[in-house]
Write a protein that binds this ligand. Structure first.
Ligand SMILES: Cc1cc2nc3c(=O)[nH]c(=O)nc-3n(C[C@H](O)[C@H](O)[C@H](O)COP(=O)(O)O)c2cc1C
Length: 260
C-alpha cells in the first residue's frame, strides 16, 4: 500500500501546483489516483464521465496553444521570437488528464434523451467530483496538480484532438506531477472567502459590502506580496465582465447537450 497523508491535512494544504520536477508518476501511484476517481459517487449511478490521458507530445503542445488562446501559427511565431508564454505546465506535467462529460455509453445501451440541460448538469457534476477525488489522492501521495479550464478556449479543437464522438464534451484538464517546491509559484496558498460568507444556516445570507470589501483587500494584499497589482474585484471583472466563451452553447448543442 502506498504511503499517503491524512485526508484533512491533504485538503487543508491544497494549492495549485504549476511547476514540476520532471520525475514521472509511478504506475502504482497513477493507478491509485485513477481508482480513487473511479470509486467516486455518481448521479443516479449514471457514471457520466470519461477521462482521456494525453501522452502524445504534439497533442500536449496543441493543448497548451489552446490554453494560451493562440492558433498554432501564432504560437509558433511567438515561441520562435523567444516570447514567454503561460501554461507551460500543460506540456511539462507528468500526466495531463482531460475530463469529459459523457453520455455516449447511455446511447449505446438504451434509447435515451440526453439533450436536456439537466443531463449536462449531471455530466458536469460527475466530472468535477471524479477529478477532485483524483487531485486529492494525488496531493495525499505528495504530488501536485492544477486544473485547466482554459481548454474550453477552443473546445471544438480540444474535442477534435481527442477524437471525441457525439455525446462527449471535454470540460477541463488536470495537470499532475511531482511538485518543484523550490519554485515560488507553488509556495503560497490563495486566501479563500471566510467561512461565514460561504456557509449560512437555513436561509441564504447575503454578505455585507464591508465583508466583501475586506476580503477584496485581503486578496489585494496577497497579490501585492507576489508583486502583482490585482484584487478579487478586478479578477472577477476580467473573467465575467465581457463575453464569456459565447460559442459554448452552440458547441454543447452540436454534441447533443443542452437543447432544451
Ligand atoms: C475548473 C477549474 C479550471 C481551472 N483552470 C485553470 C487554467 O486554465 N489555468 C490555470 O493556471 N489554473 C486554472 N485553475 C486553477 C485556479 O486558478 C485555482 O484553483 C484558483 O486560483 C485557486 O488557487 P489554488 O488552487 O492554488 O488554491 C482552474 C481551477 C478550476 C477549479
Amino acid at each position: 500500500m502506498l504511503d499517503s497523508k491524512p485526508t484533512l491535512e491533504t485538503l487543508l494544504n491544497h494549492r495549485s501546483v504549476r511547476k514540476y520536477t520532471g520525475e514521472p508518476i509511478s504506475d502504482e501511484m497513477l493507478t491509485a489516483i485513477l481508482e480513487a476517481g473511479r470509486a467516486v459517487s455518481t448521479s443516479s449511478y449514471l457514471q457520466a464521465v470519461s477521462v482521456v490521458r494525453v501522452r502524445d507530445k504534439a497533442k500536449r503542445t496543441a493543448f497548451r496553444q489552446i490554453s494560451n488562446n493562440l492558433s498554432e501559427d501564432k504560437y509558433n511565431n511567438l515561441i520562435a521570437q523567444g516570447k514567454r508564454l503561460g501554461h507551460g505546465y500543460v506540456e511539462d506535467c507528468a500526466e495531463y488528464l482531460v475530463f469529459c462529460m459523457d453520455a455516449y455509453r447511455h446511447h449505446a445501451l438504451a434509447d435515451v434523451n440526453t439533450d436536456w440541460t439537466e443531463v449536462m448538469l449531471i455530466g458536469a457534476i460527475d466530472s468535477a467530483l471524479m477529478a477532485q477525488n483524483m487531485l486529492a489522492t494525488a496531493e495525499s501521495l505528495g504530488l501536485g496538480g492544477v486544473y485547466i479550464g482554459s481548454l474550453r478556449n477552443d473546445i471544438q479543437r480540444a474535442g477534435e484532438l481527442l477524437a471525441l464522438p457525439k455525446h462527449v464534451v471535454p470540460l477541463f484538464g488536470l495537470c499532475l506531477g511531482h511538485p518543484d517546491w523550490d519554485s515560488k509559484i507553488n509556495q503560497s496558498q490563495r486566501p479563500r472567502l471566510p467561512l461565514d460568507v460561504i456557509v449560512s444556516t437555513d436561509t441564504y445570507q447575503t454578505p455585507s459590502d464591508d465583508v466583501l470589501s475586506a476580503y477584496n483587500d485581503e486578496v489585494k494584499a496577497y497579490y501585492g506580496g507576489r508583486g502583482l497589482e490585482l484584487d478579487w474585484r478586478a479578477q472577477i471583472a476580467e473573467t465575467f465582465g465581457g463575453d464569456v466563451r459565447p460559442f459554448m452553447l452552440d458547441y454543447l448543442q452540436s454534441q447533443g447537450f443542452a437543447k432544451r
